[in-house]
Design a protein around this ligand. Sequence first.
Ligand code: ADE
Length: 223
Amino acid sequence: MRIDIISAVPELLSGPFNSSIIKKSIENNITEIHIHNLREYAKNNYKSVDDYQYGGGAGMVMLIEPIDKCISKLKIERDYDEIIFMTPDGSKLNQSVSNKLSCMTNIIILCGHYKGIDQRIRDNLITMEISIGDYVLTGGELPAAILTDSIVRLIPGALGDETSALTDSFQDNLLSYPLYTRPKEYKSWQVPDILFSGDHKRIEKWRMEKSVEITRKKRPDLL
Ligand code: ADE
């Protein structure tokens, strides 16, 4: 899968993809992530990518032209399944959206900055608008990194253990069962006996019951 991220502040995106699972999936050619600096598509010498808004009001608006030029260049090179704009007024990201996006071949993620982007970009170029939650961040870069992380870990081969993503919280609308590892006893804190029973059927049943119990307690809206 190929993910192209367009940003006016690409420095913000240099960190998240340089370690752990995402880095490995890039090294193993499972994922390609390309970051595009919007300023390279700016027209004037100041490399500006924003301007005052028509009608007055505080806050700058991102210009159409650099964004259109960047997206058009990418679209000449390959077809894209979705062109996503990260925005707090988009539809809320959840596991099912990430699952769907992880099955795609090429996507573009546009990060907003400043007050917002010219509406005509949204009307004519964007195919999907995603929010990571009901709060406003300085820009779409961190949301884009979150979206990318949630997608990449679902691509087969990205996680070492193939089944690992399938048993994540939310994968079947249930939160995860509790996890334990060594030591068997720490201070007087115990691991539930059933996990040492060797009876995989019973363990699976226990885990399912725990998942339901935890979901009912913490997120009854999911049930
Ligand atoms: N840009 C700023 N805040 C955002 C949010 N909550 N989700 C997506 N993009 C954003």
